[in-house]
Design a protein around this ligand. Structure first.
Ligand code: NAP
Length: 454
């Protein structure tokens, strides 16, 4: 099979690449394994220096790399530039803090000296999605590399040029062959790679079905797995909320990256008393989003990444409407070349509709009306997902009390959910397990080893 670069803004196929043969996979895995003893014995400050260099390269080549993201998955160019800057900032964070986060920890016990030490596991496979093609990889790979592991990347098949560019910048930053390996393979080839004895752990960011498949294989050979999966984050607006602020964050939180973000606000759970006011203001802003060329700085609505994903989203909207949801704005495929979908709000979303229970991965905001805070939290938690959640309230103590009740890996009060290298990121329930970012993320793919010495 071949991978292709297809411009989502036009539908044009630009490049084809072939997936690796079994001999080429064998060679790549051998490179990764051979690099383990060299890299794990490289002093951690030298590993951090290379990550610093990676940050510099990302900054210098920001526009070129951002252009590739826009070309392959359609993100607005300004957002793609932001993605590259965010990658550089995460590199800075781990280059500055990684060594301290992995320092030995002395623990008092009956030994003369006892301590916890963090040692690398070996080679980690990173299976990555297309929606933030640089960011997802950087946040998974950089901490694992600083910890002394080597990393083998299987990127999503619709972003092969991003994958090649990522591989090239690691090389340019001084990561010798084998420390970071780009494995251009299909998803059907992943299972054999996980089973290979030279792979010691796997991290996947992607959909539930992919996560379940990878975790089942990893479990069958008892290898550590980390899963960052989908979400259907609630965004609760209470009657005492600052509506203008809520609308501003609702718009960013739902329509950034054309709605194709795991932590996008997806279910807007609004208290009935202010629902009409919130919807009117939200509609005014969302209805004004302008579809266009993602490279054009005046465009505010990008295309979706792929035709099949756009069509699936439209199906979910149409089924929800057939089951009682009402379109406030949008709800249709935009008639132009490329994979555009109108910025959409649907109201009266209720039990039984896809918009209630499924992840809508695109520019569609679902409104669920509730009578009070109690019902709002109950509805928020009535989801198989548990990634993030938001509460908007004029009373931040009330917001915090309710945020603690959300079944999610993160809960934000009066702000949209976002990732930050200083704070852990991850989900519960069907949104996955394990944490990326912060000091917790760098300790996922390590042997937390006890030393007891008399
Ligand atoms: P996807 O279809 O699951 O693909 C993700 C990666 O997994 C790709 O590299 C894909 O390869 C691979 N893959 C797919 N099926 C596989 C299988 N059975 N075995 C092994 N690998 C497999 O997801 P996506 O459409 O790219 O991304 C969208 C989903 O990711 C959404 O649900 C979103 O919420 C979630 N996501 C979660 C987070 C998070 O941090 N929690 C972040 C971003 C996205 P191919 O491309 O070759 O199929």
């Amino acid at each position: 099979m071949s991978f292709k670069t297809q411009n989502p803004a036009t539908g044009e196929i630009l490049e084809h690449y072939s997936s690796l043969s079994s001999e080429e996979i064998e060679h790549a895995l051998a490179l990764g394994a051979d690099a383990v003893p060299i890299w794990s014995n490289t002093p951690i400050n030298s590993r951090c220096t290379r990550v610093e260099r990676l940050a510099e390269i990302l900054r210098v080549r920001k526009d070129e790399l951002a252009g590739l993201i826009t070309l392959e998955m359609g993100k607005l160019f300004s957002e793609a530039q932001g993605e590259i800057e965010k990658c550089a900032a995460a590199c800075d964070y781990y280059a500055e803090n990684g060594e301290a986060q992995l320092e030995d920890e002395m623990i008092e016990s009956d030994a003369s000296r006892s301590l916890i030490t963090y040692q690398p596991l070996g080679t980690i496979l990173a299976v990555m999605p297309w929606n933030f093609p640089f960011w997802q990889l950087i946040r998974a790979a950089v901490p694992a590399l600083i910890a002394g592991n080597t990393v083998v990347m299987k990127h999503a098949s619709n972003v092969p040029q991003c994958a090649l560019a990522i591989d090239a910048i690691f090389r340019e930053a001084g990561f010798a062959e084998g420390i970071f390996v780009n494995l251009m393979i299909e998803s059907s080839q992943v299972e054999a790679v996980i089973r290979d004895p030279r792979i010691h752990g796997v991290t996947l960011t992607g959909s539930g079905p992919a996560g379940r498949s990878v975790a089942a294989t990893a479990g069958s050979v008892l290898k550590k797995s980390l899963l960052e999966l989908g979400g259907s984050d609630p965004f609760i607006v209470l009657e005492d909320a600052d509506i203008e602020l809520a609308v501003q964050h609702a718009t960013m939180g739902r329509f950034l990256n054309c709605g194709q973000s795991c932590i996008a606000a997806k279910r807007f759970i609004v208290v009935e008393a202010i629902a009409d006011q919130f919807i009117d203001q939200f509609k005014a802003v969302v209805g004004a989003l302008q579809a266009g060329d993602p490279l054009d700085s005046t465009t505010t609505l990008a295309p979706m990444a792929r035709e099949d994903l756009r069509d699936e989203l439209h199906q979910q909207v149409e089924s929800s409407v057939a089951l009682g949801a009402k379109i406030v704005t949008g709800g249709e495929i935009i008639e132009r070349s490329g994979y555009y979908y109108a910025a959409t709000i649907i109201d009266h979303v209720s039990v039984g509709q896809p918009a209630w229970s499924e992840e809508l991965f695109g520019p569609v905001a679902s409104i669920i009306r509730v009578k009070d805070e109690r019902e709002a939290v109950a509805v928020a938690n009535e989801s198989e997902f548990g990634l993030g959640g938001v509460i908007f309230s004029g009373d931040s103590e009330r917001g915090e009390r309710l945020a603690r009740q959300l079944e999610s890996g993160a809960a934000f009060v009066n702000g949209m959910v976002k990732s930050d290298p200083r704070l852990p990121f991850g989900g519960i329930k069907q949104s996955g397990y394990g944490r990326e970012l912060s000091y917790l993320g760098i300790r996922e793919f390590v042997n937390i080893k006890t030393l007891w010495i008399r």
